[in-house]
Design a protein around this ligand. Structure first.
Ligand SMILES: Cc1cc2nc3c(=O)[nH]c(=O)nc-3n(C[C@H](O)[C@H](O)[C@H](O)COP(=O)(O)OP(=O)(O)OC[C@H]3O[C@@H](n4cnc5c(N)ncnc54)[C@H](O)[C@@H]3O)c2cc1C
Ligand code: FES
Length: 317
């Protein structure tokens, strides 16, 4: 699962070898680093585990599945942009590594948390075979989520594909707080578009649907559209997940408007807890290890940078 299929974050630096014609032709190709958010905005609740009963599990749209589990101790501490690790194994299955999933929504009264996922490989295929009443081992809340500044009066949220699931609680928080919020939701097709109905029901009124098959999702179109709508009264913070190309639109607009850009990124994760270091966003050849996506992220702040880093790793969803 990887956003729109062409993203690469190199080390903690966004470095897109397939920079689109929009970026190269317009010079909209700012080099940047993804840096951890300050420790002062770290999430407070330590992770806990729960043998969570599945309450609801069904397909949504043509690509995704909705999963609701009962996990009150996790739901109560989960903040926007955090994730859980789900072990997808029944009692008689052998050892299996858990899979990371963003928390789409929580219900504190019912003690539930929702996840929306796409079937990719073995783990998610097996997850799709679980039925209501069965249990899953869920660990969370994990990672450092989005930080919505109390000073922010206007926010822009841009999500694509399953990356939208990392932004849903943030949109709901913005609406609840009365923050003026523009949202762009992007997908390959209308049938694959996640969240639009939910976001509207939470109170998001300014919502743009940006769809490949309708020709409304390319960066040039979106950049133009957002400039037209927001240039006079720009947002102070921009939040994104799900696409390298849309992240670039965010960074270009962020630079123009002096707005902070926060990006949720993805990496392969074995533990999600900071133990295995498999998710280090690594820059080979450097003395110190790069941030861990699971504990220093998955949300990072984008900062302009011109340094050339040779490295590999986490992928922007
Ligand atoms: C913080 C975080 C939050 C996530 N939230 C969601 C979510 O809300 N919904 C959702 O559908 N998915 C989400 N994912 C991705 C999800 O964890 C993977 O799709 C899942 O682990 C794949 O497991 P699998 O066993 O089905 O596939 P595998 O058999 O492990 O992999 C199938 C294919 O997908 C690739 N792949 C697997 N995991 C990743 C990854 N992390 N990054 C890039 N490529 C990968 C593999 O290389 C392989 O090509 C999230 C990942 C992270 C790190
Ligand atoms: S997944 Fe193990 S340290 Fe991040």
């Amino acid at each position: 699962m990887v956003g729109d299929g062409n993203p690469v974050v190199t080390g903690t630096r966004i470095d897109d070898p397939d920079a689109s014609t929009w970026e190269t032709a317009t010079g909209n190709d700012p080099a940047g680093m993804l840096v951890p958010l300050p420790v002062s905005v770290r999430e407070e609740q330590a992770p806990t585990w729960h043998h969570a009963v599945i309450l609801d599990h069904r397909p949504i749209g043509d690509r995704y599945r909705f999963l609701r589990v009962h996990a009150p101790s996790i739901a109560v501490g989960t903040r926007a942009g955090q994730f859980v690790m789900i072990t997808v194994a029944r009692d008689n299955d052998g050892p299996v590594l858990p899979r990371p999933m963003a928390v789409y929504r929580t219900d504190l009264v019912g003690g539930t948390l929702d996840v929306v996922y796409g079937v990719q490989g073995q783990g998610t295929s097996r997850l799709a075979s679980f039925t209501p009443g069965e249990r899953l081992l869920v660990v969370g809340p994990l990672g450092r989520g989005f930080h919505l500044s109390p000073r922010t009066s206007h926010a822009l949220i841009i999500g694509r594909g399953v990356g939208i699931c990392s932004l849903s609680m943030l949109a709901s928080d913005c609406a609840a707080r009365g923050t003026g919020t523009h949202v762009v939701l992007s997908a390959r097709s209308r049938e694959a578009l996640l969240g639009a109905q939910d976001f509207r029901s939470w109170g998001i009124r300014d919502l743009i649907e940006s769809i490949d098959t309708e020709g409304t999702s390319d960066p040039a179109h979106l950049h133009r559209h957002l400039l037209g709508q927001l240039d006079e009264q720009p947002p102070e913070q921009i939040f994104t997940c799900g696409s390298e190309r849309l992240t670039r639109v965010c960074t270009v607009l962020g630079q123009r408007w002096g707005a902070e850009v926060q990006v949720s990124v993805e990496a392969h994760m074995a533990c999600g807890l900071g133990y295995c270091h498999g998710c280090a966003s690594g820059a080979p050849g450097t003395a110190s290890e790069s941030p861990l996506v699971c504990t220093d992220g998955p949300v990072f702040r984008w900062e302009p940078d011109t340094r050339a880093l040779a490295g590999t790793s986490p992928q922007v969803r």
